[in-house]
Design a protein around this ligand. Structure first.
Ligand code: ACM
Length: 272
């Protein structure tokens, strides 16, 4: 399976030019699956909720039309971060497009910083989807810091975790190595580059998009500034092998009966 990502620098509010940028990169790409960054069409820092509401789209919107068309023309499945509008709610979502159709949707559960003032959190049960026999998991940017997200999708059979991002903190590229080792899965993190200075906030995005394998090897990793399309061949069946040693299995060796405290709403009191 040929998989990869497009790391690029969307211009805030310029959907058409962001579409053109993506289309020109993907024009000659030969891949089965490409991941684009979080909020790739709009940019990230919304001045206000009203601004977000004006730019977010339902499934008839121009970003959906563009990605349906691109997935059909290219024959490549595309995972992309989109500002989604559903009635009065806006979600920081990602969608899988394949053969001109919407194949799956995930609404970001763990909102980062000012996103909490803008978006409604998703209430996903972290379903995985099937793409030509390969199980695909989805998460968005800051979800990385909650190991439960990758774990539950690994338990549901995810082999390749797709991770559209707008990373600003430095830790995620290293953390994703651990997410892959502890779950025995591949991960594709597609981050953006460049800066935005809006609403009194300046953010510089760290690039460093990457594909990690089930043993935590970095198969490809981009720099922190340049736009970059990277595609590599992986064997998703490697994610079926959960053995760490001949006597240790990542999934079967878990002791869920001892972990129940992490599945309650209350924070456990500290000991002592
Ligand atoms: C982030 O979740 N966009 C940092």
């Amino acid at each position: 399976m040929r998989v990869g990502y497009l790391q690029f620098g969307p211009i805030f509010g310029q959907k058409e030019s962001n579409f053109e940028r993506v289309a020109s990169f993907l024009d000659s790409a030969k891949a089965d699956l490409i991941v684009l960054p979080e909020l790739f069409a709009t940019g990230y820092i919304f001045e206000s909720r009203e601004e977000l509401v004006g730019m977010a789209e339902d499934e008839l919107g121009p970003t959906f039309t563009f990605l349906r068309g691109l997935s059909l023309k290219s024959g490549t499945a595309i995972v992309a971060g989109i500002a989604e509008r559903d009635g009065d709610d806006c979600y920081n979502s990602c969608y899988v497009f394949a053969n001109g159709e919407i194949h799956a949707r995930y609404r970001k559960v763990h909102l980062f910083d000012r996103e909490k003032e803008m978006f409604t959190p998703g209430d996903s049960l972290f379903e995985v989807c099937d793409l030509n026999g390969v199980k695909i998991g989805l998460m968005i940017c800051f979800d990385w810091i909650f190991p439960e997200v990758a774990r539950i999708q690994a338990l549901k059979g995810a082999q390749v975790l797709c991770h559209p991002s707008n990373l600003v903190l430095p830790h995620c590229p290293r953390a994703m190595i651990v997410r892959c080792i502890e779950n025995g899965i591949f991960a594709i993190t597609a981050n953006r580059v460049g800066s935005e200075n809006r609403a009194g906030t300046e953010l510089t995005y760290i690039g460093t998009s990457e594909v990690i394998d089930p043993r935590g090897e970095i198969l490809v990793r981009s720099g922190d500034k340049d736009e970059d399309l990277r595609i590599i061949e992986i064997d998703p069946a490697r994610a079926f092998d959960k053995m760490v040693t001949s006597q240790n299995h990542l999934i079967d060796d878990r002791k869920p009966a001892l972990y129940s405290q992490i599945c309650t709403e209350e924070t456990p009191p500290p000991d002592g």
